[in-house]
Design a protein around this ligand. Structure first.
Ligand code: AMP
Ligand code: ZN
Length: 469
């Protein structure tokens, strides 16, 4: 299996350090708001990586944190007049709901920064002892960036370029630093902020230290994969490497994986820019499986531009698989013979070819776009060859293959009694036609039929809008 490693800028053969066991850390969200669909991209992408590895029979130890102490959380808490933990706990719960709706598996551990302060104090102490950190007059503890010779190896930046050239890359703002490249490990509290006791001052941790500490605690000094969005390469992941490798004296992570941005109008979707849709916004309009399908229709390292057209295409693609599975269910109820014979056995071997194609795409740095194409080919194959004359076992085998591959992508394609987006829209059209023909009884009937299935209609000036309740 090949993975593109940001560290070497190459696709490398991936072997877990311990055969059959993968340790993986994915930087999680800062919880002060509902997550937007940009935040959902790494969740979906790395959940798919995990699912594929589990399909290979590997045991994946998957850790993803919640950053629950941060300026933005504190600000929001002050605005609402509540404790910061009220805000962070609220949005952790909301985030978990979104993850569930996106069919993102729960991590092996979801640590929270505020629960790991002891570990942070301990690592900072080690860094001070080893001469990689220093305490400024006001009690701020800084990492001495130049003391870590390999600084810049992940982002492929040179220390001197960082210093002399692009000042916007500097982590600046604190004037007691010995060097502008140094970054905060611990900082003094400000009035009204949450704080913890420490040997240096009452204060709170800098952002980067939490991931170094949680990764060490739950996965050990050396892990297989560390991942997150590409905006984290510098400075966050660069700083994590410096802290962990300076403190532990071991290679922190062997493979670094980064997803490309989800853009809107070719600009990064972000909370601070205000150009974002929350997962909830999208969930009102679409089945969230469509969003998951949309994310997987591009390679995880490519930028992906969000648009209504691409979401429509994703909806069609996703529904093509769902419809095929539902059709196979229908046929299997009507099938006569039990066991596949002759021609059917040959066809099933042919169908295996699509599974191999799917695997080959995933083994090549998780090319989910090609993997999804392989599912489509299998769907087309099933639609062509399964009929009421087929044996039940043949139909079921095809259905199970489609479900198996979809499940690796985290896509739920067998729906118990769920109504598809396209069916809803067809019914809405029919209702409009009934109204036009003044057949209000039928129009009302359609409205209540939809409402029974949890679909709410709203008549607006721009036409009928609908959402899932
Ligand atoms: P944050 O809450 O900003 O720390 O982000 C949590 C995770 O979402 C990180 O891995 C970010 O890199 C990722 N992320 C944030 N915005 C986007 C985006 N527009 N596209 C892709 N990933 C993003
Ligand atoms: Zn992190």
């Amino acid at each position: 299996m090949k993975i593109y490693n940001t560290l070497s800028k190459k696709k490398e053969e991936f072997e877990p350090h311990e055969p059959g066991k993968v340790s993986m850390y994915v930087c999680g969200p800062t919880v002060y708001n509902l997550i937007h669909i940009g935040n959902a991209r790494p969740m979906i992408v790395f959940d798919t990586v995990r699912r594929y590895m589990e399909y290979k029979g590997w045991q994946v130890n998957y850790v993803s944190n919640f950053t629950d102490v941060d300026d933005k959380i504190i600000k929001k808490a002050q605005e609402e007049g509540v404790e910061p933990s009220v805000i962070s706990e609220r949005y952790i719960e909301e985030c978990k709901k979104d993850m569930k709706a996106l069919n993102v598996k729960t991590a092996t551990v979801h640590p929270k920064a505020t629960q790991e302060i002891d570990g942070m104090l301990h690592m900072i102490e080690t860094l001070l002892k080893k001469g990689h950190a220093y305490v400024a007059e006001d009690g701020t503890v800084y990492f001495k960036t130049r003391s870590f010779r390999e600084y810049g190896k992940l982002s492929h930046k040179n220390l001197d370029d960082l210093r002399g050239g692009n000042r916007s890359l500097l982590v600046s703002g604190e004037d007691q630093k010995e060097d502008p490249l140094d970054f905060v490990l611990w900082k003094p509290k400000k009035e009204g902020e949450p704080y913890w006791e420490s040997p240096w001052c009452e204060g709170r941790p800098g952002w980067h230290i939490e991931c170094s500490v949680m990764s060490k605690k739950y996965l050990g000094d050396e892990i297989d994969i560390h991942a997150g969005g590409e905006d984290l390469i510098f400075p966050h992941h660069e700083n994590e490497i410096a802290q962990s490798e300076a403190a532990n004296g071991k290679t922190f992570a062997r493979y670094w994986m980064h997803n490309g941005f989800l853009n809107i109008d070719n600009k990064k979707m972000s909370k601070s820019e205000g150009n974002f849709f929350t997962v909830r916004d999208i969930g009102e309009k679409y089945d969230l499986q469509v969003l998951r399908f949309f994310m997987l229709s591009a390679h995880y390292r490519s930028p992906l531009n969000f648009s209504a057209e691409l979401m429509e295409a994703a909806r069609n693609g996703y529904e093509r698989i769902v419809t095929s599975v539902s059709n196979l269910n229908y046929l299997s109820e009507r099938a006569q013979g039990e066991a596949p014979v002759g021609e059917e056995e040959k066809l099933l071997r042919e169908a295996e070819g699509y599974v191999r194609k799917f695997e080959a795409a995933m083994e090549d740095d998780f090319n989910t776009a090609d993997a999804v194409s392989a599912i489509f080919e299998l769907v087309k194959f099933a639609n062509t060859h399964a009929s009421e004359e087929s044996s039940r076992a043949f139909i079921r085998a095809l259905k199970e293959e489609i479900i198996k591959l979809s499940d690796i992508c985290g896509l739920i394609v067998e729906k118990a009694d769920e109504i598809l987006d396209s069916e809803i829209e067809q019914l809405i059209e029919e209702r409009q036609a009934a109204r036009k023909a003044k057949n209000f009884a039928r129009a009302d009937e359609i409205r209540s039929l939809l409402s029974d299935r949890g679909i709410l209609l709203e008549d607006t000036r721009e036409g009928v809008k609908w959402k899932r309740a």
